[in-house]
Design a protein around this ligand. Structure first.
Ligand code: B12
Length: 481
């Protein structure tokens, strides 16, 4: 179908490349949430009378999506892309282009790889917040033929995008101004996806059906490895009453057993939190929920309030037990603050989850030992470790850029696949991980009830610890690439 005869039956089809059933790791975790970003764009455009549909890939398959792309009269396709979904998104773009669709991409990854996404078939890369940019893009893309001077002129006047000009060069327009009043925006178009299925899957696998919502956008902190691609280092909050309205509606509409408040740092603004708690109390609203925060934004009063609100688990980015490494990360948190925050949370019956990172710049065996001691002492209910990876667009990426070696072609992997020349080997970090897990298990066993700890188990763990520590030292000279 040529551009002139292009008659879309809808203005925009939105999708994302996350296929739960193709991801063995996620299938074990089975904690899916709706793609809020595209649902926000959908509700914004629908409120302006545009015809927008969402193809939610989470419980679907690429075959089903491709069938839709090949059999629907081609229109405009918008795809959300993040670090993990890159290869899927590129395949979606290829199939869509072959079937005659115009394509735009957005989300946290494409802004950092504009040239690559344009090369892969995206007509436009949207950088930053998508709502208003896409609203302006739809008429601009309908108005004139791809590659024409009129098209380039129309796109040039839209902030927050990158596209190719007539001569193939990449144009990047000035940044898009952020939405000033988040509560003037409609709630995410949850009716466009099967939220009941998400709730059901959660209930089947975890005994509790869950829904997600956000109360703010953006994080002002400056951790060097964290991606600020979409919202920059700004922070905009919704009004407490507006959040309570949305939660109330979610409870009535989907009857979940819990919620995830998916903000970057839920307790960033204490005054807001206390007002929100008042509002929830006034309405007699309470639901178990979990959220992420920073240790320096948690204190006794905040944790009392969280407990009162129904918070049953709080996730804290602890990252390292070595203050030297926290400083290298510009984490702006101390090891002591993490220890205190976890203890305060536990004393209020709130479970604690901790994120830890191996292999940040400068980390050596003594830092790893400090992390192990820290986790043993702090003893969170659960902890997850990752070997640090540089996300394009972050200061960490720029710092290690001269040493990066791609272990896969760009289109087949993610920023997780970079090797950093000179860094310790994967085996080294596997040993660190083994050591951590066994040390923590032994510590829990001995602290739980020393006298009744099974001596065989203790001996077994001590053996594992000795072997892991030996392995760690033996592999310390091995480096990546
Ligand atoms: C919730 C969340 C998750 C959930 C995802 C569940 C879900 N479906 O929402 C879970 C816990 C599963 C998760 C996992 C991971 N996550 Co996460 N996650 C987030 C978080 C905290 C909130 C996402 C959100 O709802 N944002 C609110 C909406 C409104 O923002 P948005 O999605 O960015 O959408 C806006 C724009 O991007 C744009 N836009 C979005 N889509 C589209 C589409 C088009 C066509 C257009 C034009 C525009 C556009 O417009 C939207 C509205 O303004 C973000 C951080 C953040 N604050 O965004 C990290 C974040 C997205 N996650 C991140 C990462 C790294 C991961 C993991 C890789 C972590 C890991 N080590 O395993 C995994 C990957 C999982 C996977 N397989 O995809 C990074 C992504 C970095 C990158 N460059 O891609 C982020 C940005 C965190 C960070 N700062 O580093 N995550």
């Amino acid at each position: 179908m040529s551009e002139d005869t292009w008659q879309p039956i809808m203005d925009l089809l939105l999708t994302h490349g996350y296929f739960l059933f193709e991801d063995p790791k996620e299938l074990q975790i089975m904690k899916p949430y709706v793609p809020l970003g595209i649902l926000y764009i959908c509700s914004h455009l629908r409120a302006r009378g545009l015809s927008v549909e969402v193809f939610d890939t989470t419980f679907s398959s690429r075959a089903q999506l491709f069938e839709v792309l090949r059999t629907t009269p081609p229109a405009l396709l918008g795809v959300y892309a993040n670090l993990m979904t890159r290869p899927n998104v590129l395949e979606i773009l290829r199939v869509a282009k072959e079937a005659g669709w115009q394509t735009i991409v957005g989300g946290p990854e494409p802004g950092a790889y504009t040239v690559e996404y344009l090369e892969a078939g995206a007509d436009v890369v949207v950088i930053g917040e998508g709502e208003v940019t896409v609203e302006e893009l739809i008429p601009a893309l309908h108005a004139a033929q791809a590659g024409s001077r009129e098209r380039v002129g129309a796109l040039e006047s839209i902030c927050g995008i990158a596209f190719r000009g007539e001569d193939g060069s990449v144009h990047r327009t000035p940044p898009r101004r952020q939405i000033a009043e988040l509560d003037a925006q409609p709630w995410p178009a949850r009716e466009a996806v099967d939220v009941d299925r998400y709730v059901r899957v959660w209930r089947e696998h975890h005994g509790m059906g869950s829904v997600s919502l956000i109360t703010a956008r953006g994080c002002p902190y400056r951790c060097r490895w964290c991606s600020h691609e979409v919202f920059g280092k700004t922070h905009r909050r919704r009004k407490p009453a507006a959040v309570a309205d949305e939660l109330d509606w979610l409870l009535n509409r989907y009857q979940p057993d819990m919620a995830w408040l998916a903000d970057d740092v839920f307790t960033i603004h204490h005054g807001w939190l206390f007002q929100y708690a008042e509002e929830m109390k006034r309405r007699n609203l309470k639901i178990p929920f979990e959220c992420i925060s920073r240790a320096d934004r948690l204190n006794a009063q905040v944790l009392d309030t969280l407990a009162e609100l129904g918070c049953f688990r709080i996730w804290i980015g602890s990252e390292s037990g070595s203050q030297r490494i926290l400083e290298a990360m510009q984490r702006d948190v101390t090891v002591e603050q993490v220890r205190t925050a976890v203890a305060l949370a536990k004393s209020r019956g709130i479970k604690t989850g901790m994120f830890l990172m191996w292999g940040y710049l400068g980390e050596e065996i003594e830092d790893i030992e400090a992390t192990i001691e820290h986790v043993k002492k702090t003893n969170p209910d659960v902890f997850f470790t990752t070997v640090s990876y540089p996300i394009k667009g972050t200061p960490y990426f720029d710092e290690v850029a001269p040493r990066l070696i791609a272990s896969k072609p760009w289109g087949e992997g993610s920023d997780r696949d970079y090797q950093i020349r000179g860094r310790h080997s994967r085996r080294f970090y596997q040993n660190a991980d083994q050591l951590l897990r066994n040390e923590v298990e032994l510590s829990r066993l001995l602290n739980g009830n020393h006298s009744s700890a099974d001596p065989l188990l203790v001996a077994e763990l001590q053996g594992k610890i000795a072997r892991a520590r030996e392995g760690l030292h033996a592999s310390s000279a091995e480096v990546e690439a």
